[in-house]
Each structure stands twice: as structure tokens, then as C-alpha cells.
Design a protein around this ligand. Sequence first.
Ligand code: HGY
Ligand code: MN
Ligand code: MN
Length: 410
Amino acid sequence: MASINGERLMERIRLLGETGKDETGWRVRLAASDGDKDGRDMVVGWMEDAGLKVVVDRIGNIFGIWETEENKDRAPLMLGSHIDSVIDAGQYDGCYGVIAGIEVIKTLKENGYVPARPIMTGAFTNEEGVRYAPDMMGSLVYAGGLSTEEALATVGTDGTILGEELKRIGYEGTVDPGFATPSAFIELHIEQGPILDVEGIQIGAVENLQGISWQRVTIEGAANHAGTTPTALRMDAGLAAAKVITFLRDRCDQSGGRTVATVGCMEFEPNAVNVIPSKAVFTVDLRNPDEGNLKKEEQALAEYLKELEQTDQVTIRTERMARSTPVLFDEGIVKAVEQAAKDRGFTCRRMTSGAGQDAQMIARMCPTAMIFVPSVKGISHNPREFTREQDLLAGANVFLDVVKQFSAEA
Ligand code: HGY
Ligand code: MN
Ligand code: MN
């Protein structure tokens, strides 16, 4: 039973992890930034080293394709993930799956394996959505869920335009996204949650993924003097924003933890220590594995905001930033992941992905599933994100076996 080259995998995770660091040492490889370019260039180099044909599509998705004269007309098996990161990120989120995709192909080639169909592995543009919303943008465009033109015209949190930034970093591709409909898509990723680590299980066979709702909320009140204005006369946008945060946490507690909600960004105006905020602009990330319940959470929030306008004499408007429905993955691939883990003597359990993933978008095109490995203490989107080497190798070897299985027949 062939195995991947663990040393090469670990070295590449370390090398890619060094790209995108800012002057404070934070890893900030935001989509289409200079750090993203450095990472992209490194990934393209590894794809070329593996003898893959490198294709960049018009939304900047990078693909390395292994095809032969005999199999080039068949639908390719697709692998891949992302290398763009959040702010002050860990080194495994997304990068592990991109590097492992190349590693698996290289290992198969080194072992003289010839697939019955092409195998292509990718690095999707802007999975995180931190600089340009929505998240999972590159894979959403590839799957036909967002037009390339609309995506390229997206204005970032820094006022830049995605299409111009892709051009600036040299990744404005020429091929239309969706140029190949995969026979199947398999993504290897860290869990980013605590379940596998707490239960001491090595492999996650991911069978579904929760729905995600992102919106930006703007609350407008009235600036006034922090010292002279009695509380009864205040139209305090800051207080109203705080009430929304506690409302959301109450909803999560009432859901028994099925709903999770996060207010990750917030700005006040005029943002002065002795002025009652006239304006609060913040983001709400709401998630639930059940579409009906996610809709109920969105409805409950909308009703609460209406109420708040009355009680706090503020005006509130919302703007949708992203919305994806829960996704069920392919039973056949999930079973194959469980079997491959068992054949290698690894413990395995089925699970839901709490995080959004490129796989949820490509699942619109073809049978799709994911493989998880443990995140120590469930920490992610944080430089302390960590997965043990033996778990990284275990995940990559299960990935190798499943890729072999799903590329063996025409
Ligand atoms: O937001 C997410 O769940 C993913 O990390 N993009
Ligand atoms: Mn990710
Ligand atoms: Mn992430």
C-alpha cells in the first residue's frame, strides 16, 4: 500500500505557512494580496514540479491537471482547497488540502499508477471571504453560482476591486471557470473544531455541512455628549449593537448549540471616547445545519431589529453579504473514506462541517465529500491552530487511497 512522502508534505506546509506574514508576524494571506501571490507562486511551482499542466481560470482559481492521451477526454476527478487565509491565521486551514492534493498526485505518479481519468487539484480563490464577500467565492463561481464578471467587480473591505487585484498579482486567468465538470470532488481539510481531538479519533468522514448566513447591520442613532446626556434621552447605536450580540447568544443557547452566531467585525462612528455612538456597523455570521432552522434564526433576528428600532429609537438596515444552504455529501464517497481509514487501521467517525468549505460549492456540480483530521483543542482561525504530524500523514494517506479508488475506473 503506497504512502505519501510525509517529509515533503510537512516541509511544504511549513514553507507555505511562511508566506503572507505581515510586519507584526501575523499570517494575513488575504485573497489577491501580495502574500496570496507568494503562496500562489509556491503552489504553482509544486504543481509544475509534479509534472501537472497548470491552468488559471478567470476568477484566479489555480488547477494542476494530470491527464494522459488515453484518459484526457474523460471527466476529471477533482481535489483541492484554498490558500487564502483570515487575519492572524493558522498555517493548516486550506493549505493542508492544497498541498496534499499535489502530494497525492505526485505519489501516485512516483508509484507508476496510471489513472483511468484525469486528476486535477486546485487552489480556489477567496475561500475565506474576509477581504471580498462572499466566502467560497472562487469555487462558487466555478460551480456556476455567481457570475465571473460579478465576482471580479467585487469591492473589498479596503476599497480595492478583486479583478484588478488578481491582475496586479498576475493571476487574472483566461479560462472560463467551470471549464471541466468533475466526476467527483474530494477535499481534505483540518476539522477546525474540537470533536475528533476530544474523542481521540483520527479521521472524520464528513457527510454534511451547515448553512451559513452573513449580513452587515447598520444601526443609526444620534451622537451626543457622554457626560451631559441622560440615558433616557440617548439614541445610542453602540448600546443597540450590544443588545443584538446578547440577543444572538440567547438564540444560540435556546437552540441547544445547533445555531452558532458570531459578530466578528464592528465599527462605531464617530468612535470617540466621550461621544455617544451615532452609528454602529457590524457583521452577523449565523449558522445552522438545518435550512428551516437557519431561516427561523434569520427571521427572529429581523423581528428583533424591528423591535429595537422602537425601544432604542434607532434606525436599522441590513445588507446580505453571503448565504449558503446546508449541503449533504455523497454517501458513496463518505463510505469509501470510512473504509480507507479502516483499511489503514485508523479510527474514523462521520461528522458535519461547521465551517464553510469549497466542497459545499463544488457539490453543486458532482458527487462530493470531505476528509477531516483533528485540530488540537479545536482551535482554528488562530495562529495556535495545530494538527499533529501523524494525523496530517494519516489524513493524506486516506486521501491517497480514496483518490486512487475514484480514479481507477473510467
Ligand atoms: O467561514 C468559514 O467557515 C470558512 O472558514 N470560510
Ligand atoms: Mn478552510
Ligand atoms: Mn477558514
